[in-house]
Design a protein around this ligand. Sequence first.
Ligand SMILES: Nc1ncnc2c1ncn2[C@@H]1O[C@H](COP(=O)(O)OP(=O)(O)OP(=O)(O)O)[C@@H](O)[C@H]1O
Ligand SMILES: [Mg+2]
Length: 326
Amino acid sequence: MYYCFPIDLKEMIPESRLENVLFFDEDQDCFFDCNHKKVDIKDKKVLIISDIFRLYEMLDLIDEFEGNPINSIEEIEQVKHWPQFIETFHRDVSIITGEYFEDLSFLTYLFEKYGVNGSIFLKTVEKDFHGVISIIDAVEPNSPFRKAMKYHLQDEFIISPVVTIDQDKLGKKEYRAFIHNRTLTSISRTLHKTYHQIPEQVIPFINGIIAELPDDFPSYFVLDVASINGKLDILEFNPIETAMPYLYNSRMAINTGDLTHQNITAIPEYKSIDCSFDGEEMPSSPLFDDIPGSFSHDYHKALTGENKLHPALSSLFAREFVKRKQ
Ligand SMILES: Nc1ncnc2c1ncn2[C@@H]1O[C@H](COP(=O)(O)OP(=O)(O)OP(=O)(O)O)[C@@H](O)[C@H]1O
Ligand SMILES: [Mg+2]
């Protein structure tokens, strides 16, 4: 199997891992190895490692050269729609369209389930937005939330109760696991620069989820779990192609035999940053509330009356959004 990265990530990959790595250059429209030699991918399995901007372009190119992507577009969509295939343990998570917020029986249901002072946790399947929405805003037709939603009646949203994720001195107890071929290959807390270990019980919990996956669910994905009121639960699944690796994660299936980081300073994938034990992290990347056409953009505008445009990102994202909404 090949791992295929966009060329600009080449510097990130350590020499020792370059053997099965291919690069993709948008301008040259071909795949080549670390020595810049063209590689024929016909009938070869390829795991794309990318960002959302280039994912579809890379899938098209693999198709053109008759390679086999590890996940097809349909399988990537299946991972994004995980609540339709997999049940969480301690809370309900489901997918709805924006239209639900125009439906009186749904609003009545929300009101009865969460109460007038309650809230829901809502995010878009396309991942441009997540946040807590009060029931008052959800049911009040003139709230900024509902005004923005009018432009997104066909969009898909993942809805769940608001939970409090347990914390310790390093922050929220959230764990990101990379799964290759239904095998747990790495786990990290959602930290980029802080050495840490993983509680033993996280491993059997994740292996239990893998064992219970429906047969037709993809075998390569990223799984986020968290400790909520002292119990582990699924937070979400993400496509392995575009998920960000945290400190101990690797996008390649590297068997270190040390999933809980007993060797605490050994990082499986190359990181060029200085790590510490004290939990000082870089600021988290902003949500993409600057993508024209996205729910997050319209919600921000409805809340503040302002367009929030980030020119560099917005044009790229706008292109993806427009393409995929067609
Ligand atoms: N039901 C919930 N209630 C409260 N907080 C939550 C809930 N679900 C997730 N969170 C918190 O919000 C963060 C973002 O949620 P989630 O990962 O599900 O959305 P996302 O759109 O994938 O965001 P990101 O790209 O940051 O991962 C999580 O990392 C978690 O800390
Ligand atoms: Mg997430």
